[in-house]
Design a protein around this ligand. Structure first.
Ligand SMILES: Nc1ncnc2c1ncn2[C@@H]1O[C@H](COP(=O)(O)OP(=O)(O)O)[C@@H](O)[C@H]1O
Ligand SMILES: [Mg+2]
Length: 305
C-alpha cells in the first residue's frame, strides 16, 4: 500500500478517470483515505453529476467541502452552480472589455451563452484550474464518464486553436483601422485595443493550463479499469486521445481484481501494453462502503511496475 506514495506530489491534482461503474468513485475515496492517513491535508472532489462520493464515504456531502475525518475534506460539486458562476464571470469580463456590446441585445446573448454547447466543459475545466489555488496539498478529482472527461481535459488545446484564430482576425481588423486612421490624420497611428489585449491575455492563460496538464508533478491522470474488454478498450482510446496532446497517463487501476486466470490474463495484457505505466491492483471486496471497510481494502492494494 505504501507504494501508493508514488502518485503523491505537492500541490498536485490527481484525476481519476474511467468507464462508468469500474470504481472511479471508490478508488478516489480509497486514495483520499491513503493520502489523509499520511497526515496530508487532502481534498477529494466529485465532479460527476451522478454523485456517489458521499455514499461511498458514508457521509452527506454538498457543494462546499466538508471535513470527513482528520485531514480529509470532500465535496460533491453542484454543476449548475458552477455553470452559473462561470457565466457570471464571463459576462463581467465581456462587459469590461467590450462596452460596445450593449449596442445589441446583451441579455439575449447571456441566455444563449447558458445554453451553448461546451459551457459545462468550460465551467468544469475552470473549476479544475481553480482547485490549484486551494490550500490542500493533495486534491483528488472523481470524474464523470470518459467522453466528457476527455473533452474537459483537452479543452485548453481547443481553446488555444480558437484564440489563435481570433487574435489573428482581431489583429487584422486593428491593422486596417490603423491604416485608415494614419491616412486620415497624415501620421502613423497605433491603436490600443482592449479586446485584442484580452485575447492575448487569455491565450497566455490557456498556454499555462496546457503546461500544467502536461506536467506530471502537477497533474496525474489515473485510469481505472476492471478485468473486462470494454473498460480496457476505453483505456486505450483515452491514452491515445491524451497522447495526441502530449499528456501521459500516470497510473492504471485494475479494480475488483480476483486472483483467477481471466484476471491474470488481463493483468499481463495491461503490463505488456503499457510498460511505462504502473498498475495499481485493488482486490474485489464484498464491502466497499464506509471509511472502515475502505481502510481494510486499502491495506490490500499493491502496485506493480
Ligand atoms: N474493489 C471493489 N470490490 C467490489 N466492489 C467494488 C469495488 N470497487 C467498486 N465496487 C462497486 O462497483 C460499483 C461501481 O463503483 P463506483 O466507484 O461507483 O464506480 P464509478 O464511480 O466508476 O461509476 C459500486 O457498486 C461499488 O461499490
Ligand atoms: Mg462515480
Amino acid at each position: 500500500m505504501n507504494e501508493l506514495r508514488y502518485f503523491l506530489s505537492e500541490k498536485g491534482l490527481i484525476i481519476i478517470c474511467g468507464k462508468g461503474g469500474v470504481g472511479k468513485t471508490t478508488f478516489s475515496a480509497l486514495y483520499a483515505l491513503f493520502s489523509s492517513s499520511l497526515g496530508i491535508k487532502t481534498f477529494v472532489t466529485s465532479i460527476d453529476p451522478a454523485h456517489h462520493l458521499g455514499n461511498v464515504l458514508g457521509v452527506r456531502l454538498g457543494h462546499e467541502p466538508t471535513l470527513v475525518m482528520d485531514n480529509l475534506y470532500a465535496n460533491e460539486v453542484d454543476i449548475d452552480l458552477l455553470i452559473k458562476e462561470y457565466i457570471d464571470r464571463t459576462v463581467k469580463a465581456i462587459r469590461n472589455v467590450y462596452t460596445e456590446i450593449q449596442v445589441f441585445n446583451f441579455d439575449r446573448y447571456i441566455e444563449m451563452l447558458k445554453e451553448s454547447p461546451g459551457v459545462e466543459e468550460d465551467a468544469l475545466f475552470s473549476y479544475l484550474m481553480e482547485l490549484r489555488k486551494n490550500d490542500y496539498p493533495v486534491t483528488i478529482v472523481d470524474t464523470p464518464a470518459t467522453s466528457i472527461t476527455t473533452r474537459v481535459l483537452k479543452l485548453p488545446w481547443l481553446q488555444s486553436l480558437w484564440l489563435d484564430k481570433l487574435i489573428d482576425l482581431r489583429s487584422k481588423i486593428i491593422g486596417y483601422k490603423e491604416v485608415i486612421e494614419s491616412i486620415s490624420q497624415g501620421r502613423k497611428i497605433k491603436i490600443r485595443d482592449a479586446m485584442l489585449e484580452e485575447l492575448i491575455r487569455m491565450h497566455g492563460e490557456v498556454e499555462e493550463y496546457k503546461s500544467l496538464m502536461m506536467d506530471p508533478n502537477k497533474t496525474k491522470l489515473i485510469f481505472v479499469v476492471t478485468a473486462e474488454e470494454l473498460p480496457i478498450l476505453e483505456l486505450k482510446r483515452f491514452v491515445n486521445a491524451m497522447g495526441r496532446v502530449n499528456v501521459k497517463i500516470q497510473g492504471i487501476v485494475l479494480n475488483k481484481y480476483v486472483d483467477n486466470e481471466s484476471n491474470n490474463k488481463r493483468l499481463n495484457q495491461l503490463r505488456g501494453e503499457y510498460r511505462e505505466i504502473p498498475i495499481i491492483i485493488v482486490p474485489y471486496s464484498e464491502n466497499v462502503i464506509g471509511v472502515e471497510n475502505l481502510m481494510k481494502l486499502l491495506n490490500k492494494i499493491r502496485v506493480v511496475w
